[in-house]
Design a protein around this ligand. Sequence first.
Ligand SMILES: C[S@@+](CC[C@H](N)C(=O)[O-])C[C@H]1O[C@@H](n2cnc3c(N)ncnc32)[C@H](O)[C@@H]1O
Length: 220
Amino acid sequence: MSPRTLTLDDTLYAYVNDIGGREPEIGRKLREKTQSMPMAGMQIAPDQGNALAMLVELIGARRAIEVGTFTGYSALRTALALPADGELVCCDVSDEWTAIGRPFWEEAGVAGKIDLRIAPAVETLDGLIANGWTGTVDFMFIDADKSNYDAYYERALVLVRTGGLIAVDNVLWSGAVIDDSDQSADTKAIRALNKKIHSDDRVTMALLPIGDGLTLARKR
Ligand SMILES: C[S@@+](CC[C@H](N)C(=O)[O-])C[C@H]1O[C@@H](n2cnc3c(N)ncnc32)[C@H](O)[C@@H]1O
């Protein structure tokens, strides 16, 4: 058996990002712009961006949804991986944060693929379901408020087509999921969803220890 997933020190992690993927220049620029912000830690890391882009390409996604856009880095990486006629609905409640991403989406030539909806994501997703999107979405990335994770997952299972992919971020929550003394609402919500997906016959699943933990759930 090969060793369990390595703990990466800073040097090895830098190597992964230098050699292990091809982050587009525009992605690096948006990441660097975001790094000066107090909430910069919410942004996915470049290695995770590489993985998302690969998954989107791999399943030949055309229609995608992102729940939690922040300054638009994961949206940029997803939109760049979609075909020219692809579409990405981005759900967020912050005009201020998402406005930072827009010029980068423009510069990357993907703004036309991105439909940003500023509203609580549950409302946006319910609206899409009401408008006939059931079973039409190829890829959905969940990366917003943790207390609604189960609500997002259930709606993802309605929206995503059979064989489509749901990716859920922060499922390790910096290790808090195994800390019994942490009974915060966010940690409990993530723990509960992890347990649910583990035994959910509606999907094939794998938790990847990348970033803060990324669960992939393929709808059966
Ligand atoms: C972790 S950040 C997303 C990071 C982003 N995916 C990236 O890689 O840059 C979470 C985002 O969820 C948004 N959010 C929080 N509650 C929300 C809600 N109820 N509906 C939609 N978005 C929400 C926040 O405004 C924030 O931008």
